[in-house]
Design a binder for this molecule. Structure first.
Ligand SMILES: Nc1ncnc2c1ncn2[C@@H]1O[C@H](COP(=O)(O)OP(=O)(O)OP(=O)(O)O)[C@@H](O)[C@H]1O
Ligand SMILES: [Mg+2]
Length: 234
C-alpha cells in the first residue's frame, strides 16, 4: 500500500520544473539566464528544445541534470527533487538514471575512447570484463568501436561526439539530455544517430534534446517542440 501511494505521488513526470530562475554574475551584475521556467516532460516523451544562441538551452539542461542549482524554484527528475539533493546523491541519480550528451563533449583528453566510455560505470564496481563488454556494445551502437583504443584528443570532432554519446548511453539511462548532439556530425552520421534516438524512444526512454537540426523531425518520433527565448519558455 505504501509503495502504491509512493508511485501515485511520483505521477507520470520524468522531468518537472516549477518556477525555476537561474542567474549568473557578469562583472558586477547579476543577469538572469532563465526566468520562471515551468515544464513537465512525461515518461517516454521525446521533446525538442529550440532557441537562439544564448537563450538558455544549455543552462536548462544542466539544471535538470543537477550539474547546477537554480536560484529559486524546483527541479525534479523521476520524482526526486534533484535541485535540493546534496552533490553525492545528485551525482548518483545522474549516474544511474541520466545520460547527458554535452555540447562541448567534456571527454578526458589523455584517456582512450574506451576508457572515456567506461568512466560512468566505475563507481558501480563491476567486473572488468563486464565494464569492457558494456562500453564496447555502446560504442558499436554509436559507430565508434573501431576507435576504442585511440586517445580522444587524437579523434576528429565528429568522432569525439560519438564517444560522448556512447558514454551517455553506457548506463542504459531512463532519461537522455542531449545538447546539440548532431552539431559536429555530417548528414549521414546525423541520420544514423537520430535513428538511434528513435530506437531509444521505442524502448520508452525519455529524451530532451536541444537542437536546430531539421533531420530530427524526419522519422516522426519527436512528440513536442518547446522554444526558449531570452530565458523564458514561449
Ligand atoms: N557560467 C556562466 N557564467 C556567466 N554567464 C553564463 C554562464 N553560463 C551561461 N551564461 C549566460 O547565460 C545565457 C544562456 O547561456 P546558455 O549557454 O544556456 O545558452 P544556449 O541557449 O545554450 O546557447 P548556445 O545555442 O550558444 O549553446 C548566456 O547569456 C550566457 O552568457
Ligand atoms: Mg548551449
Amino acid at each position: 500500500m505504501a509503495r502504491f501511494k509512493f508511485r501515485c505521488g511520483r505521477g507520470d513526470a520524468m522531468i518537472q520544473l516549477h518556477d525555476v530562475c537561474k542567474s549568473f554574475m557578469q562583472g558586477d551584475e547579476s543577469v538572469f539566464a532563465l526566468t520562471q521556467i515551468s515544464l513537465h516532460v512525461k515518461r517516454g516523451e521525446c521533446v525538442v528544445l529550440k532557441g537562439n544562441s544564448g537563450s538558455g538551452k544549455s543552462t536548462l539542461l544542466s539544471l535538470i541534470a543537477g550539474l547546477a542549482q537554480p536560484n529559486s524554484g524546483e527541479v525534479s527528475v523521476d520524482g526526486r527533487e534533484i535541485s535540493k539533493l546534496p552533490e553525492q546523491f545528485s551525482a548518483k541519480l545522474r549516474r544511474q538514471k541520466i545520460g547527458f550528451i554535452f555540447q562541448k563533449f567534456h571527454l578526458i583528453p589523455h584517456l582512450t575512447a574506451l576508457e572515456n566510455v567506461i568512466t560512468p560505470l566505475i563507481p558501480e564496481n563491476l567486473a572488468l570484463s563486464l565494464l569492457d563488454e558494456k562500453a564496447k556494445t555502446s560504442m558499436e551502437q554509436c559507430g565508434i568501436a573501431h576507435k576504442a583504443q585511440m586517445r580522444v584528443n587524437r579523434l576528429s570532432g565528429g568522432e569525439q561526439q560519438r564517444v560522448a554519446i556512447a558514454r551517455a548511453l553506457v548506463n542504459n539511462p531512463l532519461l537522455i539530455l542531449a545538447d546539440e548532439p548532431t552539431a559536429n556530425l555530417d548528414e549521414n552520421l546525423s541520420r544514423e544517430l537520430i535513428a538511434q534516438f528513435e530506437r531509444l524512444k521505442r524502448q520508452g526512454i525519455t529524451q530532451l534534446i536541444a537542437t536546430h537540426d531539421p533531420l530530427f523531425f524526419e522519422l516522426g518520433f519527436v512528440d513536442r517542440i518547446i522554444e526558449i527565448k531570452n530565458g523564458e519558455l514561449v
